[in-house]
Write a protein that binds this ligand. Structure first.
Ligand SMILES: CC(C)(COP(=O)(O)OP(=O)(O)OC[C@H]1O[C@@H](n2cnc3c(N)ncnc32)[C@H](O)[C@@H]1OP(=O)(O)O)[C@@H](O)C(=O)NCCC(=O)NCCS
Length: 322
């Protein structure tokens, strides 16, 4: 028994913040942002939108494509690092929004790797026969946790959600997944306060924003993704030339290009959405996947390599026969 992606969906908030808008907010230029990151614009959630509302919209679109209803869903996992609340978790909020009852529903906090981690877990549930219709989401409201006075980070991030439906299949589907992490890099990319750590500073009104040593993150990301690509091809028993599409985490165009070079892949076979969405963390891969499925680039039967890297550090990949 294997799992396969039966449908994809995504949702982006209506408000778009361009590099020109950011030029008016911090000491930056469109040229700097585009040349260093590839980003041209990003979406920003409206005040009433939350990670669970973005997730719910993305889920609806994926369910529609898969031709399934609320009664069919028997498993919900959401990768996110910007949950609505500490608890209840985002997946339970989505479950309630969609009118689904009595299913497992949980969130995974592995930053940008959240969707791939969730996909890997859902794949196991489907393969073991414990789920017949799994909803897997990656969603973020990162603009809520960036410092709009810090030009080094506020230009990078955006909001959005993407989702897939996994169903049982006799052929793979999800060929293989690979997950990993290394906590020694915690100080390079983090959010300073949570619940059991820094709560006293938060209560005293200390500011809490994404904090990053960008150029050091960059180096570890490129090296780690390079190894990850090799490991995934070996684990999946395929060669570079077998991959039809690279669907990478959309953090930075230069990191994406490095991964493509490692695979000897022309950029025409890489799905790139970072210019329009910025870094949407756990949402970026399912958003990119849905974009390329809906515009007809990704076709049934093609082999996709999904790869991601994020805070923790955490990283992961999935080899997917779409
Ligand atoms: C963040 C990132 C784009 C910065 O690019 P960089 O080439 O490494 O730039 P640096 O951080 O070395 O900064 C270079 C200079 O640009 C300046 N700078 C930073 N942000 C700027 C901005 N928005 N506009 C203009 N100048 C900026 C810095 O202050 C620095 O100036 P200085 O040399 O006078 O001190 C890049 O490091 C990156 O993408 N890192 C990975 C981030 C990432 O992927 N994070 C998420 C992982 S999932």
């Amino acid at each position: 028994m294997y799992s396969r992606i039966a449908g994809t969906g995504s949702y982006l908030p209506a408000k778009v913040l361009t590099n020109a808008d950011l030029e008016k907010m911090v000491d930056t230029t469109d040229e700097w942002i585009r040349s260093r990151t590839g980003i041209e614009r990003r979406h920003v959630a409206a005040p009433e939108e939350t990670t669970s509302t973005l997730s719910t919209e993305a889920a609806r679109h994926a369910m529609q494509m898969a031709g399934v209803g609320p009664a069919d869903i028997d498993f919900i996992a959401v990768g996110t690092t910007t949950p609505d609340y500490v608890f209840p978790n985002v997946a339970t909020l989505v479950q309630h929004n969609l009118g689904i009852h009595d299913t497992p529903a949980f969130s995974i906090e592995t930053a940008c790797s959240g969707f791939v981690y969730a996909l890997s877990i859902a794949d196991k549930f489907v393969r073991l026969g414990e789920s017949k219709c799994a909803l897997v989401i990656g969603a973020e409201c990162l603009t809520r946790v960036v410092d709009w006075n810090d030009r080094a980070t506020c230009v990078l991030f955006g909001d959005g959600a993407g989702a897939v439906i996994l169903e049982p299949a006799t052929e793979p589907g999800i060929v293989t997944t690979l997950l990993s992490a290394d906590g020694q890099y915690r100080d390079l990319l983090f959010y300073p306060y949570g619940v059991s750590c820094g709560w006293d500073k938060l209560r005293a009104g200390a500011p809490a924003f994404i904090t990053m040593k960008g150029n050091e993150v960059f180096k570890v990301a490129v090296n780690t993704l390079s190894k990850l690509v090799d490991q995934t091809l070996i684990k999946g028993g395929v060669g570079k030339a077998d991959i039809d599409w690279l669907v990478p985490h959309q953090a930075n165009l230069r990191i994406i290009k490095a991964a493509a070079r490692k695979l000897d892949m022309p950029m025409e076979r890489v799905v790139v959405t970072v210019q329009d969405q910025g870094n949407t963390s756990a949402a970026s891969i399912p958003l990119a996947l849905d974009t390329a499925v809906r515009d007809g680039r990704i076709k049934r039967g093609q082999l996709l390599l999904l790869e991601t890297f994020g805070g923790g550090f955490t990283w992961g990949s999935a080899l997917v026969r779409f």
